[in-house]
Write a protein that binds this ligand. Structure first.
Ligand code: SAM
Length: 306
């Protein structure tokens, strides 16, 4: 029998259920950490199927918790799964899974937001050119919003530089999002990095424009883009940006298309090239400076402050 045939036929031996693991290791979900667990293996199988075929694949699972999704990943016939879990309470239960699937599970007790070894975590022979099909490496995870949002931003930057885990190529990600802790419905999003980015500008510039536009989600976009510019020229420059980018000023951030964002980034880039101080301008610094100036006007001496 070939190694790959063995892999596809791999099934975990009978194990305690996830509910029993939770009781056995006293794994009460910490609501402050937005923890909640998927117990239904039909649901975790469904999530894992969204990743496509995992036969012989190398997978990194972020935030495995008591290991429901991990079991489905192992049953999909993977070559190996790397687990990165922050909460030490889950490590013994994950170790039990590792014992049941010898040689297939690697456990890292760590924080995925600061873990910086994903760029070396998989066999080098799996590496693909960026333009090729994605490598046989997947990232899968069910994390709270508070972690998945900064994580996706970090990975988008890695994708733009093709570093971190993306030095192996266009690794696919399958991530679940739950609106509220305890909400049963989960949305599963499957991402594959594009060969060619839709917006061909430096990541930091795109991030600045998108973050600025979305900071006032309910307002018209002309109100948010203003703060890309120093106060003295704010209205005039914001009008110029929207006009040159051909964006209707009374669209709200959620109504802007990818084309609008591309256009805003391209025009803002030109404005930054013409005025190099513009890119480093941050309206929050201006606000703080203003506040400090106001305070110093009222508090002339140290005695006044006291
Ligand atoms: N994957 C499990 C499931 O679906 O049942 C657990 C999901 S629970 C919503 C999120 C898991 O991510 C918890 O186990 C939590 O400890 C872990 N976690 C949270 N922040 C993390 C981080 N920064 N790095 C690694 N794991 C994290």
């Amino acid at each position: 029998m070939t190694a790959s045939r063995q892999a596809v036929m791999f099934r975990l031996p009978p194990l305690p259920t996830i509910g029993e693991i939770i009781k056995l290791f006293k794994l009460k979900a910490e609501k402050q950490l937005s923890q909640n667990f998927l117990l239904d293996l039909r649901l975790t199988d469904k999530i894992v199927r969204k990743a496509g075929s995992l036969k012989d694949a190398h997978v990194c699972e972020v935030g495995p918790g008591p290991g429901g999704i991990t079991r489905s990943i192992l049953n999909a016939g993977v070559a190996e799964v790397l687990l990165i879990e922050k909460d030490p309470r889950f490590i013994p239960g994950l170790q039990m899974l590792s014992d049941a699937a010898p040689g297939k599970v690697r456990i890292v007790h760590g924080d995925i937001l600061t873990y910086n070894k994903l760029g070396k975590a998989f066999p080098e022979h799996l590496m693909k050119n960026w333009e090729d099909d994605p490598p046989d490496i997947h990232i899968i995870g069910n994390l709270p919003f508070s972690v998945s949002t900064p994580l996706i931003i970090k990975w988008l930057e890695n994708i733009s530089k093709r570093d971190g885990p993306f030095r192996y190529g266009r690794i696919q990600m399958t991530l679940t999002f739950q609106k509220e802790v305890g909400e049963v419905d989960v949305t599963v999003v499957h991402f594959t990095p594009l060969v060619q980015p839709k917006i061909e500008q430096p990541f930091k510039l795109v991030e600045k424009v998108v973050r600025t536009v979305f900071q006032f989600r309910r307002k018209y976009c002309h109100q948010s883009v203003r703060v890309l510019f120093p106060e003295a020229e704010r209205l005039e420059k914001a009008e110029q940006l929207l006009k040159l980018a051909d964006v209707d000023p009374i669209l709200r951030p959620t109504q802007l298309s990818m084309f609008h964002f591309k256009s805003l980034c391209d025009v803002y880039r030109k404005m930054c090239d013409e005025d190099p101080k513009l890119f480093t301008y941050n309206y929050r610094d201006e606000l703080t400076e203003k506040r400090n100036r106001k305070r110093s006007r009222f508090c002339k001496t140290e005695d006044d402050v006291i």
